[in-house]
Design a binder for this molecule. Structure first.
Ligand code: ACM
Length: 208
């Protein structure tokens, strides 16, 4: 299996621009590959207020972003894991979706919210699911989840072989050092797709 990631700078509050960027980068995707994108790719990260977080969220069943990813996966014969701002009734979740050529295969909702993410998002309430892609068992974690050893071990015990880790990391070098240790101790492959760029007072650390 070919695995890759897209390290880019999603635009805060501009879904159309984010779709355009991902479409452009996907020209390099290889048939049959699995590609991991950063956290909150549809919306950006550093919201100015609750209203902006709500306005940039989408219910998965009516999501322009998920529809776009489904078409992309169908056209390029790939699977994609991408972070997205998900709305479910009145609650928002910092989620990751796993999409393939036939559409949505599964999702994960971030359990360990970082700092003021708690002002916008509800903690994940669907546990740590795993999914099969082309004979490999896939799990997902999102950014700050990385610091908790238990989530890696739970996924490994559930049979995860590849853990996709969409991220918007801001603490320089910490996850980039720590994640390989989680990977080694749990005998899993990890793809940390971190974003780059600056949003207001936050600069993201790349080094996916
Ligand atoms: C983070 O969890 N986005 C730092």
């Amino acid at each position: 299996m070919q695995i890759g990631y897209v390290q880019f700078s999603p635009a805060l509050g501009d879904l159309g621009a984010n779709i355009e960027q991902i479409e452009r980068f996907s020209a390099k995707f290889t048939d049959g590959g699995l590609y991991v994108l950063p956290e909150l790719c549809n919306s950006g990260y550093n919201f100015e207020a609750k209203q902006q977080a709500h306005e940039t969220s989408e219910p998965i069943g009516e999501s322009q972003f998920v529809t776009f990813l489904t078409e992309l996966c169908h056209n390029r014969h790939v699977h994609v894991v991408a972070g997205m701002n998900e709305r479910d009734n009145d609650l928002l979740y910092n989620s990751a979706v796993l999409v393939g050529p036939d559409g949505l295969l599964g999702k994960y909702r971030k359990m360990h919210l970082f700092l003021n993410e708690k002002d916008y998002f509800a903690p994940g309430n669907i546990g740590l699911p795993v999914f099969e892609v082309d004979g490999a068992t896939i799990g997902m974690l999102i950014c700050f989840d990385w610091i908790f050893p238990e989530v890696w071990r739970i996924l490994a015990l559930k049979g995860a072989e590849i853990i996709c880790h969409p991220s918007n990391l801001v603490l320089p070098g910490r996850a980039q050092k720590g994640v390989p240790a989680h990977a080694m101790m749990n005998r899993v492959f990890v793809v940390t797709a971190n974003r780059i760029g600056t949003e207001r007072d936050l600069t993201f650390t790349g080094n996916s």
